[in-house]
Design a protein. Sequence first.
Length: 175
Amino acid sequence: MVPPVGEFSAMLYSTCGEIALHVPFRVLSFIDDAENSRDKILTLRLKNELPSNYNAVKVIIRLKVPRCVNRMSQQLNEPDQTAELTENQEIVWTIKKFPGRAEYVANFRLINSTSSEIKKYDIGPIRMDFEISGYTSSGLQIKGLKVQEMGKKINLNKWIRLITVSDSYVIKLWP
């Protein structure tokens, strides 16, 4: 292989079967009725299961909500987070940097604009996008990379960068 100039991917892989994967996030969800209204209070607890020396960045949580929800209010427990209800009836919760072993909590009041009831099974699933540098959930790693160029050996180990990105990370909220 002749490497191109600049950054490139030397290896891409996906895993399946009975490989023990370490899932980086755990989600707990609760839904309650709001007092004196048809609105619902949705609470999401997102736990980063990574060791404390890893950070997930560019974390985006997408959650479908029913059409009867026309507005939303939110209460987020940490700074550097945002949440919005998009035109596609999706809550988009963004976390810039999510440290390992941390837990973030979001409370969303789903404001019902119709006479129909919001059912919990109409909410979800959660889709997540994220990036984790230096970590692989499968445990597979490149320990060394050797490039030979016209008889010269070039050691590139200091330039190897492991990065985990979500491709299709979906979490069902309700059994």
